[in-house]
Design a protein around this ligand. Sequence first.
Ligand SMILES: Nc1ncnc2c1ncn2[C@@H]1O[C@H](COP(=O)(O)OP(=O)(O)OP(=O)(O)O)[C@@H](O)[C@H]1O
Length: 257
Amino acid sequence: MIINSLMKLMSLNNISKSFNGKEILKNIDLNIKQENFISIFGPNATGKTTLLNIISGLLQADNGAVVWENEFYKNRVSYVFQNYRETLFPWKRVWENISLPLKLQNVKSAECKDRATDLLGKFAINIDLEKYPYQLSGGQQQLVAILRAIITDPVLLLLDEPFSALDFAKKFELQQKILEIWHEIKATIIFVSHDLDEAIYLADEVVLLGGTPTGIISNVKVEIDRPRTPGDLLSKEFVSYKRLMLDNFLSTQNIML
Ligand SMILES: Nc1ncnc2c1ncn2[C@@H]1O[C@H](COP(=O)(O)OP(=O)(O)OP(=O)(O)O)[C@@H](O)[C@H]1O
C-alpha cells in the first residue's frame, strides 16, 4: 500500500537565498503534500540545511515565499538538526530531554515522564529513561532527539541527515524505525540524506538538488509498495529508480553512466 495523501501541506514558491553575495539556492519550487515522505538528496554545501532552515522559518528567503495551506500547520513543525548530539541537554535525563517541549508548555513533570515512557513503549524502543545522553550510543541519542521532535505531534518533521554518523547495521535499524514512526504519526517527513539508497528506500518522492547555484535537478516519485523491506534494495524496480536518479545527477556533472 502506498500512503499518499493528496492534501497539500505547503509549497516553496521560487525560493532563492544568498550568503555574503553568493547565491546558494535559486528558484526552488516545491509542493509538499500531507503525510508524504520526501527525501532531499544532494552533494555537500548545496544548501540542503539552508532549505530546511527556510521551511522551518529559522531563516528568511531573499526571494520567493513559503506558503502554508493553513497557518496552523506553520506552528506544528519539528526539526531534528544535523548536530543532534549538541542539541541534547547533557544535564537532563533521557525522559527530561524527550519531554522538554512539553515542559516548555508547562506540563507537569509527572505527566512529562509518563508521556516519554508511553512514546518509548509505543515504538518498542529500549532506552533507559533515567540515563543521561553521554551514557547512550550515537543511535540511541539520535532516537532521543527524534522522540523529542515527535512528542508534540508535528504535522511536519524535518530530519537533517539523521543517520549519517551510524554504521550500516544501526543505520538500517533506524531507517526501519523511522518508517514505523512515520506510519504511526502520519506527519509529513522531509529527510535530508547523502545516501541515495537510503533516500529512495524511505521516500515517496526524492528531490535531487544540484548545480551552481543550487536548483532542483529532478523530483522523482517513488512508487515502490509499502511496507518496504530490505529485499526491495535489490529489486529491479529499486535499481531502475537508482539508475534514473544517478543519470539525472551525473548528467549535471557531465558524467555518463
Ligand atoms: N549562515 C550562513 N552564513 C554564511 N554562509 C552560510 C550560512 N549557512 C550556510 N552557508 C553556506 O551556504 C552553503 C550551503 O550550506 P548548507 O549547510 O545549507 O549546505 P548542505 O547542503 O546542507 O551541506 P552538507 O551536505 O555539507 O550538510 C555552504 O557553502 C555554507 O557555507
